[in-house]
Design a protein around this ligand. Structure first.
Ligand code: UD1
Ligand code: MG
Length: 447
């Protein structure tokens, strides 16, 4: 069984933030979320996160256990604190990862643990991920003798010759648990930073004759550690590019991935087309062949098939099939649009439902309204849903014709097949089939 320790107790001083570094978000999730996700996708579910005080209060939300490291005495000390909280499993495997490395992949964790086990009977003490990176870099340098890794030297302890080494320690490791438990008791803090370095376990294993297996990361971005907001932006860009690529490979056309902002856990049906300057977030789900954007924001939005949302905002709302929205529409607060609905330009709809085939084409506000099938809401129609004290409902039946510039003063009902003339101010219920007009609206003579 493989268990994981995620190091996240650092304050992240260079973020210049009042919040823990690993809680800063990229693409809609805290960076720690991505690390945990990568571990779980590598089949590692038993995870302990080494936390500081602030993170301790929030760690439950991540579905993992937190261990408080009250004094920040280095990565080796952090692992020791975590091991005290994990019941010993002789023969077990422990992966150590950093909470500030959101682009890390499940494949990297898998490759590393496979490498630890090696050929039968040749298990190593540890495997570690190394990476070729441009100098200067703050990463620890991997010192080799021949092919074998001999030790890791931190930048603050390195000689000029060691600083010239371009193979770096990524900060991700897999350990034989028994070997790790023994090694962390041997760490000393006699170095430039007076910290217990987890990286000193390398030299410890080498001198004890235990193999240390390096795994070279093929993409240095996979192990990009976030230390400041410049790196945060770089990681976001890369993560977004990866998210876009995933959907494009599954059959979604993204016209410009650089200006399309996605999050994990979205569903976008095949043959959908996303135009530039579009943000899709919060578990939104889009059916097949949708057209979204440009300049559109979908947040917790559900779209059926063949839905077009152009230059609009849809938040916490659900839309059926064959619907068109926009340009410049704003749907929010549990709005429901059934199949075949049309919402045109400059229309705001809040907490309302429109039944099949209903249309509201121009310059309207519908709030707390229920609109029946095939009803047409004329240009400039407003539901006056707030009476100064509370929100009131407007209920409009099916096949209703609401004339341009009608004010529907809620609470009010308009029956099936009724009609309101242009400019009506409807203050009383309109029975089915009735035609009303005026301010206040009164029945028109029968035709
Ligand atoms: C560490 C490695 C370095 C490697 C680099 C990669 C050591 C001594 N050095 O350096 O070789 O190239 O990562 O990113 O390990 N943390 C704690 N408690 C502590 C100290 C750190 O939880 O007491 C956490 C931090 O929050 C962070 C991670 O451990 O997530 C790494 O710590 P950091 O101080 O960033 O180490 P580096 O100096 O970057
Ligand atoms: Mg670091």
């Amino acid at each position: 069984m493989i268990r994981a320790i995620v190091l996240a107790a650092g304050k992240g001083k260079r973020m210049k933030s009042s919040h823990s570094k690993v809680l800063h978000e990229i693409c809609g999730r805290p960076m720690l979320w991505y690390v945990l996700e990568a571990l779980r996708n590598a089949g590692i579910d038993k995870i302990v996160v080494v936390v500081n005080d602030e993170l301790a209060e929030q760690i439950d939300g991540f579905g993992v256990a937190g261990v408080l490291q009250s004094e920040r005495l280095g990565t080796g000390h952090a692992v020791r604190v975590a091991l005290e909280r994990l019941d010993p499993r002789p023969g077990g495997r422990i992966v150590v990862a950093c909470g500030d490395m959101p682009l890390v992949t499940p494949e990297l964790f898998r490759t590393m643990t496979v490498s630890l086990d090696g050929d039968a009977g040749n298990a190593a003490g540890m495997a570690l991920v190394t990476v070729k990176m441009p100098i200067p870099s703050n990463f620890g340098r991997v010192v080799r003798r021949g092919d074998a890794v001999e030790r890791i030297v931190e930048v603050s302890d390195a000689t000029p010759a060691q600083l010239a080494i371009d193979e770096m320690n990524a900060g991700i490791y897999a350990f034989d648990e028994d070997a790790l438990r023994e090694a962390v008791t041997q760490l000393r803090d006699d170095n430039a930073q007076a910290e217990y370095y987890l990286t000193d376990t390398v030299a410890h294993f080498v001198s004890a004759g235990r193999p240390v297996r390096p795994v070279l990361a093929t993409d240095h971005l996979d192990v990009l550690g976030i230390n400041d907001r410049v790196e945060l932006a770089r990681a976001r860009k890369e993560m977004n590019a990866r998210l876009c690529a995933k959907h494009m490979r599954e059959g979604v056309t993204i016209v410009d991935p650089d200006t399309t902002y996605l999050e994990p856990e979205l569903e976008i049906g095949g043959d959908s087309v996303i135009y530039p300057n579009t943000t899709i977030s919060r578990l939104s789900r889009l059916g097949r062949a949708c057209v979204v954007g440009p300049n559109t924001r979908l947040s917790n939005a559900r779209l059926g098939e063949r839905v077009a949302v152009r230059e609009s905002v849809v938040i916490d709302s659900a839309i059926g099939h064959d619907v068109s929205v926009g340009p410049f529409a704003h749907l929010r607060g549990d709005t429901l649009l059934a199949d075949g609905v049309h919402v045109g330009n400059f229309v705001e709809i809040k907490k309302s439902s429109l039944a099949r085939g209903a249309k509201v084409s121009h310059l309207s506000y519908l709030g707390d309204a229920t609109i029946g099938e095939e009803t047409n809401i004329g240009a400039g129609t407003i539901t006056c849903n707030f009476d100064g004290e509370q929100k009131n409902a407007t209920i409009v039946g099916r096949d209703v014709s609401i004339g341009s510039n009608t004010s529907l003063v809620a609470p009010v009902k308009v029956g099936d097949g009724a009609l309101t003339g242009a400019g009506s101010v409807v203050t009383k219920d309109v029975p089915p089939g009735e035609r009303v007009a005026g301010n206040p609206a009164r029945p028109l003579p029968k035709k």
